[in-house]
Design a binder for this molecule. Sequence first.
Ligand code: PEP
Ligand code: MN
Length: 339
Amino acid sequence: MIVAMQEAASEEQIQVVIEHLMEMGFSVHRTTGERQSILAAVGARADFDTRNLEVLSGVEHVHRISAPYKLSGRSFRPEGTVIQFSNGVKVGGDQVVVMAGPCSVESREQLFTVAEQIAKAGARALRGGAFKPRSSPYSFQGLGIEALKLLREAGDKFNLLVISEVMEISQIGQMLPYIDIFQVGARNMQNFNLLRELGKVKRPVLLKRGIAATMEELLLSAEYIMSGGNYEVILCERGIRTFETYTRNTLDICAIPIIHKLSHLPMASDPSHGTGLRDKVAPMARASVAAGADVLLIEVHHDPDKALSDGAQSLYPQQFAELMDTLRMIAPAVGRKIA
Ligand code: PEP
Ligand code: MN
């Protein structure tokens, strides 16, 4: 951490800051320039709040050099994390893994129809909501355990991994027999109790970015899971809320290369929730792969006009198959292949 003192800072004020830093366990290296004194504080205090220094008299500016997250930071595993699944799928390697399916599991007929078509088109995981976080309590809330059973059955039949959203701690145990990946939704990115419990299970977690979360907050949320011992975390950009109204959310594609630089964890993109509009999903999926996404999460429904949730952003199976064909051309251009 670098602490730049004001030009007018007195020697006494500088000494107070130095003592404060040393009390916090930092070793301090002072440089006295022509204009101002600069204090370089070296030490591993990830939880240090720089504002505690900024409020001291004579301090001009405090700049943190080391990140407040450790386990999710790139330096923890510079080569990158690859998550290996029993069916041979690897997330985070040279393959781009496409996870697709309906927003909500609605019925056996719906799920099996969609699962068959996405598997044929090249998806490797089936996504489907069993417990749904809906903005209105009057909207469809999901089929619960019944949906999980259907997901597992369809996943096994069509050789697809299963990913579904967990909303609360009590659902973790219920879901374990049925799913391969826990999804933590945007609304729960800072449900720290849930994240801590997910740190105790041996099952990969896909953690979505909250609608108003910074990338640093996303990485700190991943840290909650990892600090419990579960290092298999996939981060996901799913659009953030901005002043723009033409799309449901603003898909922050730039988060993909930035997170790749900051973290060793695989990065997913969800252009379905990121745009909210069916005709915008394919262009943003293509852009995500070009930007280096390791995973795509795409909502697909065989009859989206009748979908119980997110029909407007769900692709028809035929559109999904066409998108997959395009992605097979784009991926090699950026050194990847579609799993
Ligand atoms: C979903 O994946 O269907 C979902 C509810 O996502 P999000 O948490 O990104 O809104
Ligand atoms: Mn959805």
